[in-house]
Each structure stands twice: as C-alpha cells, then as structure tokens.
Write a protein of this length. Structure first.
Length: 110
C-alpha cells in the first residue's frame, strides 16, 4: 500500500511540474499583433469530463474566470451581441482539459 501511494504521489508531482509552466511568446514582432482590437469574446470549446462536472466545474465557471483575468489585464470582453457585430469577430478559444488528481483528491488541468 505504501509503494502504491508513493508512486501515485510521484506521478502527481511530475504532472504538476509539467502542467504548471505556461509559455508565451513575447517578442517585438508579435507584441502589437492584437493592437486595435475592440475586445474578444470568450469561447470555452471542449466538453468537460464527467468527473470534472461532478466536482463542480462548468463551462460558465471557466468562462467567468477567463473573462475576469482578461479584464484584470485591461482587455475588453465582448458580449455575444457585441462579438457578432465586431469586425473580424475576434474570439479567444479555451480548451480545458481536466483530470482527477488521484491521491490528494484535487484536479489537474491545462
């Protein structure tokens, strides 16, 4: 039993370390790529796994959290109606992947 628990914890730590890092390109050539946009519409795309839904996660919760982060960064979030009228219909797709985290009972997400 102890070996199984130890292996599960080690696997969880590896997954956490791999999923924790987020990389983004920030170079002069691409820094102004979004200049002039009036805002973006947030679209969570992936259907959530049943385990995540049972744990209390929803597409609305994901959308709300992403929209909050965008607003905190000074990026305007468009309503569906505003998005329909915006030139080019700018949107941010969110593809959540959520897995039950095993021994500790949490979740692993990307």
């Amino acid at each position: 039993m102890k070996l199984k628990t130890l292996c599960s914890l080690m696997n969880l730590m590896v997954l956490i370390l791999l999923c924790e890092n987020v990389h983004a390109q920030d170079i002069e050539q691409t820094r102004n790529a979004l200049r002039g946009l009036s805002g973006v519409y947030v679209m969570p795309e992936n259907p959530l796994e049943e385990e995540a839904i049972r744990g209390g996660l929803s597409q609305d919760a994901i959308r709300t959290e992403v929209e909050l982060k965008l607003r905190q960064a000074g990026i305007r979030v468009l309503s569906r109606e505003e998005w329909e009228q915006a030139p080019g219909k700018p949107y941010l797709q969110v593809w959540p992947k959520v897995l039950k985290g095993g021994v500790l009972g949490g979740y692993i997400y990307t």
